[in-house]
Design a protein around this ligand. Structure first.
Ligand SMILES: Cc1ncc(COP(=O)(O)O)c(C=O)c1O
Length: 628
């Protein structure tokens, strides 16, 4: 077991439950198995005299006194931030006039690790699970980016069943693994209750015999009891099994997943190396990767280095550059979002929706209409993803068009007006709103673009200035490239200025748009991604062009759909791109950032006029916008 690199974090169900006593025993056991061990107390309050690092060092030295392998050289016990008052870290830091951010605590921990690549590392928290770090963030949240496996020291006193289970749940719901719960017997068999309640079969729940009286400064005799030695041995072995199982699972997933999955947006056929995401937090994925000897990743932690194999598994932070397909706005595993979701799940599970109302849905709808959909939307229709929200939007728009024009929907050929480069999703109806392209062309003959598609003028940036980028598009309708080449703006405000609608270029846009609208009698809906095409290549469309297009469509009674699945809810720095464009749709679809990626959920916002278009023939099921 010499090559095992083990990280464990010691948490307490409360202060004074024996975290340091048990940390000492674990460290002492680990020293039998690894060359070097590091004990860290990132935050120590009440110092001096309280000094947990010194306690661990002193007792391990005593326990190893007959061994000539020199514990002083093989064990480092360190505290990273100390505060004088024996209070919560936040209050102690405040009284001392010191500010320590969560990031500083994490960086200090990683710095210690960087200096010692071959250690087993034990990190002991301060107080209870939700006790604060100096910043005020609870430790459970503050240490979450590390997601170290937990040794929870349960409360052995009367009342300890509940405090321990509360801490256990708090850790579990934040995504921690809790492979070990240890406790010191205080005359109540609390651990029996935990065994009955905890369903995770792999959790080791282990009681230690009562401690000697407090006034004995060194209680080596207690550590040397066979029962105590046995318990510490079980903890370390269980920790080792936990790490081995974890890396075996990664090994298994790496080998089997390519045979099990049909991944979206992935070219199958060649050898695939799946990215194993072990967890995610903030802007990063924590990715498990097999590394060969000698290669390093930053910040790494080795999990298991087998003797036979020259490779080992590392966990490393990988920046999630695509924000999990643009669903992340506040980061992965955001605690406030998670808590709201947990509360709703605990309160409702799932509730059928026709004619049903519950408080979260009511509040969300009110807020959406008062903010994202302000001032134009009145109604919210929920569904489950961006493509579906678009399908619903199309159904709404076609009905509105037919109602406005006094025509029967069934007897006409209806089409959308949309842009080249647009993307509205991968269900067949959403695909039909897009021109042929990379995402859909192999889906023929089911896929049949039902639209008039035009090339919009795009905006680019060159040498720090906004330019009209028609050359990269295919604007063969644009009279002269030379005009476009003269057009540039020093600021966004200048480029997005409404006055441009009446400029020379604005007039050109107007003529072209009217020509397009005059040329087809089947255009029944305008569907656009306002301001920016996401999947189409992150291309900005000239807002002046979109404004004129929307105005002209509206003049002709053509309903306007904004596909804000990508751009909506703060993606562009505002709640809705309608607020940047200053023109309003009849219907708009939102998904992605609506739930921060936590749940597949979408909403289609619309007006009372659209809603009313479905109120005719009240007894007809087809009017209930049912089949979505
Ligand atoms: C503009 C736009 N519309 C619709 C969709 C489809 O959303 P979903 O993948 O949730 O079905 C996307 C997805 O990227 C999108 O960017």
């Amino acid at each position: 077991m010499d090559n095992v690199i083990m990280w464990l974090q010691i948490w307490g169900a409360n202060t004074n439950v024996g975290k340091t006593v048990i940390s000492t025993g674990i460290v002492s056991q680990l020293l039998k198995r690894v060359a070097h061990c590091l004990y860290l107390k990132p935050v120590q309050t009440g110092y001096p005299p309280d000094d947990d690092a010194a306690f661990v060092q002193r007792h391990c030295k005593q326990l190893w006194k007959d061994d000539d392998r020199g514990v002083d050289q093989r064990l480092s016990c360190k505290k990273l931030f100390v505060f004088e008052q024996p209070l919560s870290a936040e209050e102690a830091a405040r009284r001392q006039g010191e500010q320590v951010s969560d990031q500083q605590v994490m960086q200090a921990i990683w710095k210690e690790w960087e200096n010692r690549h071959e250690s087993a590392i034990i990190i002991e928290t301060a107080g209870g699970v939700l006790s604060p770090l100096p910043s005020g963030t609870s430790q459970a949240d503050g240490y979450r980016s590390l997601r170290l496996p937990v040794v929870l020291i349960g409360d052995g006193a009367l009342g300890g069943i509940s405090t321990t289970m509360t801490c256990y749940e708090s850790l579990l719901l934040r995504g921690y693994d809790v492979p070990i719960i240890a406790t010191i017997d205080q005359g109540y068999p609390n651990w029996e209750a935990w065994k009955r309640t905890i369903h995770e079969k792999d959790t080791l729940i282990i009681p230690f015999p009562p401690l000697p009286p407090k006034d004995i400064p060194l209680f080596s005799d207690w550590y040397l009891k066979p029962q105590v030695q046995q318990a510490f041995q079980s903890i370390v072995e269980h920790g080792n099994t936990y790490f081995t199982k974890r890396s075996k699972k990664w090994e298994e997933m790496e080998q089997n997943a390519p045979k099990l999955f049909w991944w979206p947006f992935t070219q199958h056929g060649s050898t695939l190396h799946p990215v194993i995401v072990d967890s995610a937090f903030g802007d990063n994925y924590q990715v498990a990767q097999k590394k060969s000897k000698g290669t390093h990743s930053r910040p790494p932690f080795f999990v298991f280095k087998s003797n036979e194999d020259s490779s080992s598994w590392h966990l490393l932070d990988a920046f999630d550059g695509v924000a999990s397909w643009w669903t992340q706005g506040v980061g992965h595993a955001h605690i406030q979002l998670n808590k709201s979701m947990m509360k709703a799940a605990g309160r409702y599970g799932h509730v059928i929706f026709p004619q049903v109302i519950h408080q979260p849905a009511y509040q969300l709808s009110k807020e959406l209409i008062e903010t994202v959909g302000y001032p134009w939307a009145n109604r919210a229709y929920y569904s489950d993803d961006g493509s579906t929200a678009i399908e619903i939007a199309i159904k709404m728009a076609l009905r509105l068009y037919s109602t406005r024009h006094g025509k029967s929907q069934q007897q006409q050929q209806l089409e959308v007006l949309s842009f080249f480069g647009s993307y509205h999703g991968d269900t067949l109806g959403a695909m039909d709103c897009c021109p042929k392209g990379d995402y859909n062309e192999l889906q023929s003959p089911w896929f049949q673009p039902k639209g008039v598609f035009i090339e919009p003028p795009r905006i680019g940036m060159q040498n720090g200035r906004w330019i009209l980028d028609i050359l990269n598009g295919n604007n063969n309708w644009f009279p002269t490239d030379s005009i476009a080449n003269q057009v540039h703006w020093d600021s966004w405000d200048e480029m997005a200025d409404w006055q441009r609608v009446d400029s020379e270029i604005g007039n050109m846009y107007q003529q072209y748009i009217n020509k397009v609208l005059d040329s087809s009698s089947t255009i029944a809906t305008l569907i656009i991604e306002p301001l920016i095409q996401g999947a189409g290549g992150m291309r900005l469309i000239d807002p002046c062009f979109q404004r004129i297009l929307i105005q002209e469509a509206k003049k002709r009674g053509i309903p306007v759909i904004f596909d804000e699945v990508f751009s909506g809810i703060w993606r562009l720095g505002v709640l809705s791109s309608t607020h940047l464009l200053g023109v309003y749709p009849d219907i708009a679809a939102y998904a992605k950032l609506l739930t921060g990626g936590l749940l597949p959920m979408a909403v289609t916002l619309t007006t009372e006029e659209v809603f009313d278009a479905f109120k005719v023939f009240l007894r007809n099921r087809a009017n209930r916008l049912l089949i979505v």
